[in-house]
Design a protein around this ligand. Structure first.
Ligand code: FOL
Length: 216
């Protein structure tokens, strides 16, 4: 398999806040969470079951997911923690993705694990956080895209997405490269969905679904 493209999925405030005290800064964005679940599950058009998309996350993000939703169903869950220095057994080994997560020691190991598996078994590959894992992903050329839910309200945050994505100053940090916002049509085409356009409101919180891509 070729090195998989990585798509970062994140909901962030205007100051790129993503977390507070080990959890999301807001509650009750149910449709936003449903969007996350649908988009990360939906296979690309060139794949079919039993292929699954993969979600790569850090151990703290894994811990933040309510146990009843863990592992995220219908997706191959890969969890990164430094205490897992040993590479995992190859795919087709003893890992039951329906009941548990694959554990690896680094983002590079997660990517290597997917590369070693058969291409027929993996669809899209998503990086779902948190900040440390996003930062590592943004250092890699394979990180091509960010599905950003821009939350318009201010929430107290202690964890931030390590890349500036602002409509005015388009030079981002985090591993270099130039990031451009794609159109709603391009977002629909990539996700395979008709994504609601414009400002959404839920639980007195406003947000917008966006897609950004790195242009080299
Ligand atoms: N990206 C976006 N757009 N929104 C998020 O809330 C988000 N959250 C994370 C990463 N990227 C995101 C990390 N945090 C669940 C909980 C926390 C979490 C990620 C996922 C979770 O429980 N997901 C279930 C949905 C269950 C439900 O329907 O409420 C899932 O099946 O995906």
């Amino acid at each position: 398999m070729l090195p998989p493209e990585l798509t970062l999925v994140v909901a962030a405030t205007r100051t790129m806040g993503i977390g507070l005290n080990g959890t999301l800064p807001w509650t009750g964005l149910r449709k936003e969470m449903a969007y996350f679940a649908r988009v990360t599950k939906r296979l690309p058009s060139n794949a079919q079951p039993p292929a699954m998309n993969a979600v790569i996350m850090g151990r703290k993000t894994w811990d933040s997911i309510p146990p009843k939703f863990r592992p995220l169903k219908g997706r191959l869950n890969i969890v990164i923690s430094r205490s897992h220095a040993e590479p995992p057994p190859p795919r087709g080994g003893d890992v039951d993705a329906e009941t548990e997560a694959v554990r690896v020691g680094s983002l590079e190991q997660a990517v290597a694990y997917l590369k070693a598996g058969s291409a027929a078994r993996t669809g899209k590959v998503f990086v779902i956080g948190g900040a440390q894992i996003y930062r590592a992903a943004l250092e890699l050329k394979e990180a091509k895209r960010v599905l950003l839910t821009r939350v318009m309200n201010d929430f107290e945050c202690d964890t931030f997405f390590p890349l500036e994505l602002s409509e005015t100053e388009m030079e981002g940090g985090g591993g270099g490269g130039r990031w451009v916002k794609r159109s709603k049509k391009e977002l629909d085409a990539w996700t395979g969905e008709t994504v609601p356009e414009g400002i959404q409101e839920e639980n007195e919180t406003q947000y917008e679904f966006q897609m950004w891509e790195r242009v080299d």
